[in-house]
Design a protein. Structure first.
Ligand code: ISL
Length: 630
């Protein structure tokens, strides 16, 4: 209402189709399984779903390698199943976002098959083809020194046509050339295909990689030990990026403004560029590009300097405060809009990384993070399982239990490097191996033990990083019941191992229990909806650390409107005080000179007290509380 577009108030529930619910007993989640559990999503208080890719795909990167955007991955179901899912969502007031993966396709897509067929193919220019360079010994070298995001060179040699093609992710994910207008038109037509079937918007994968610098120049050498270098300066946010987005907006998105459901939305995945001005350049309303972006800086907070898994930086509340304050402040300044989230399918769970999944603290920590997310201004995104406090895989899991390409490739490249070093007789030499290693290689897992040690080299440090950040963690099957495999599947074996903790941590065990994480999320989302002027659309102000203490994140959210019925010239607004204890000890908070005195507790664990008294409040480990001045 109030003239706000629907997507500003949306609570988007991300579904990872392979891991949500298996309806036909083949061990893999599917579309009918999703449709069967929509009531759970609606009852939670979500208002939209985002489906990670469901399209036809050889699944080399779990569907982020699409071979036909107008068809469904066979094991997930049919086009009719997808249409029924969309209808069933709409019948429950849920909108549907699909995942638009058009920076690249699968190498099995008809477009790429055509493109690779010959140098004179009409679609040759839909991808990036370049001649080889010649190395010092006359050997064939890639056209530039860019590293693939998944390891190795960003270029793949094509024997048939004797040229390299650009593949920033896997060799089986060739990058599309958006400079080609026909290519763009084909992508727009596929978007329309889904809007015509009721889709309400897209999450746009690797959005700002769609324009590269046309010369594809060599990258500066930032890692002298690595064979290939990050080319992000040349392949991210290239010169035509904004032109493409405006064209997409005018040519496709605006046409669906009158779709009967308030139009369609976009959220772009923004990588590598995170400064305020460039984010604003994508989302400032007047620019008519995207509605919002995922900036990625919270998800990346604990990545290592040289590589996600190479060491890493432990969680620092100071960093989270800074990121939160930056974007909460920046979006009102540019008339843009935030995408508020901490979890997605590309890393570990925030509960395990930034709070605690220790059984002593887990439930309270999950509620505390829910308190953080549900009180901020923006469109809220949560990942399936977050609503019941699902956690990362346990430390007892071995390297073989991680099956995603990203961590597996990294693990194998470090293993190979350490073996080389060992056999050369050199000790030491651990750490970053950025771009080295076989990409897309199969796993060499013959001598891995369950504790992650292999017989000749110690890999426990890498395994510890995977335990925190491997993408597998965000992709573990949904835990519905205490039955075998958490009620995710009736098959003997799920496609991916279910977390060991499912007998205790599942939807059925929490449903109807007022002190559960699930009940807390429902309550928090109901509060967010009821007090949308305070939270969704409110003004954020951080309390200085000097007043909150190092371990408490404290901020206020102030309603954008004056309180109903106030006659005093409109000075009085609703204000909420949010207190989040990110430590495993008790922490005291008190206002200054009577500030916040008598404010009522409006959200918090059942056993916390309120209203806020003169002597302040002592927060339990990982406790979150919200007080209101009403
Ligand atoms: O996963 C990452 C870090 O762990 C990112 O670097 C990620 O690869 C990047 O954000 C792009 O992600 C998206 O496109 C990829 C796909 O593998 C991811 O799942 C997707 O979210 C390629 O399509």
């Amino acid at each position: 209402g109030d003239g706000d577009p629907w997507w500003k108030d949306a609570v988007v529930y991300q579904i990872y189709p392979a891991s949500f619910r298996d309806s036909n007993g083949d061990g893999l989640g599917d579309i009918a399984g999703i449709t069967s559990r929509l009531d759970h999503i609606r009852d939670l208080g979500a208002t939209a779903i985002w489906l990670s890719p469901i399209f036809a795909s050889p699944q080399k990167d779990m569907g982020y390698d699409v071979s036909d955007y107008r068809d469904i991955h066979g094991p997930y179901g049919t086009l009719a199943d997808a249409e029924r899912l969309i209808d069933e969502c709409h019948a429950r007031g849920l909108r549907v976002l699909l995942d638009l993966v058009v920076n690249h396709t699968s190498d099995q897509h008809a477009w790429f098959r055509d493109s690779r067929a010959s140098r004179s193919s009409p679609r040759r220019d839909w991808y990036f083809w370049r001649d080889a360079r010649t190395g010092p010994d006359g050997e064939r070298r890639p056209p530039n020194n860019w590293a693939s995001i998944f390891g190795g060179s960003a270029w793949t040699w094509d024997e048939g046509s004797q040229q390299y093609y650009l593949s920033l992710f896997l060799p089986s994910q060739p990058d599309l050339n958006w400079a080609n207008e026909e290519m763009r038109e084909a992508a727009y037509a596929d978007m329309e295909f889904w809007f015509d079937r009721g889709a309400d918007g897209f999450r746009i994968d690797s959005m700002n990689l769609m324009s590269k610098h046309p010369d594809l120049p060599d990258a500066a050498v930032t890692d002298p030990d690595a064979e290939f270098q990050s080319g992000a300066a040349w392949f991210a946010s290239g010169p035509r990026m904004h032109e493409y987005l405006r064209e997409m907006r005018a040519r496709v998105l605006d046409k669906y403004a009158a779709n009967g459901r308030g139009g369609v939305m976009t959220v772009g995945e923004l990588g590598f560029t995170k400064d305020e001005a460039s984010v604003a350049s994508y989302v400032a309303a007047a620019r008519r590009e995207l509605n919002m972006v995922f900036t990625g800086d919270i998800v990346d907070m604990d990545f290592g300097e040289a590589h996600k898994y190479a060491g890493g930086s432990p969680f620092r509340l100071e960093t989270l405060r800074g990121i939160t304050s930056l974007w909460q402040g920046a979006m009102p300044r540019c008339d843009g809009w935030n995408a508020v989230y901490m979890d997605n399918h590309d890393s570990g769970r925030s509960l395990s990384r930034y709070a605690s999944d220790d059984p002593r603290f887990r439930a309270r920590a999950a509620k505390m993070l829910a308190t953080y997310l549900t009180t901020l201004s923006g469109t809220l995104f949560l990942l399936q399982g977050q609503e019941i406090g699902m956690a990362n895989a346990p430390a007892s899991w071995g390297a073989d239990d991680y099956i995603d390409v990203e961590a597996s490739n990294y693990y194998q490249s470090v293993l190979a490097q350490r073996r080389r070093e060992r056999h050369r007789g050199g000790g030491g030499g651990v750490g970053g191996v950025g771009g080295v290693g076989g990409k897309g290689s199969g796993r060499d897992d013959d001598d891995d033990d369950d504790d992650g040690s292999v017989d000749d080299v110690d890999m426990s440090d890498v395994l510890a990083q995977m335990r925190l950040k491997a993408r597998d963690n965000g992709r573990l099957p949904m835990q519905w019941t205490s039955e075998r495999h958490g009620g995710f599947t009736d098959a003997e074996r799920p496609w991916m191992r279910v977390n060991d903790d499912y007998p205790e941590w599942n939807v059925a065990a929490q449903d109807g229990r007022p002190d559960s994480v699930l009940a807390y999320w429902r309550e928090a989302l109901a509060l967010r909806k009821r007090e949308r002027d305070v939270f969704v659309h409110g003004r954020y102000d951080m309390l200085p650390v000097g007043r909150s203490g190092d371990d408490i994140f404290a901020y206020t959210m102030t309603s954008r409107r004056c309180r109903d019925g106030e006659k005093d010239g409109g000075g009085a607004r609703k204000v909420a005080l949010v207190l989040l204890n990110f430590s495993d000890g008790e922490r005291a908070f008190s206002g200054q000179e009577g500030e916040f005195l008598g404010w009522n507790k409006i959200l918090g664990c059942k056993d916390t007290r309120g209203p806020l008294a003169g002597e302040g409040v002592t927060l339990k480990p990982y406790e979150g509380i919200v007080y209101g001045n009403w």
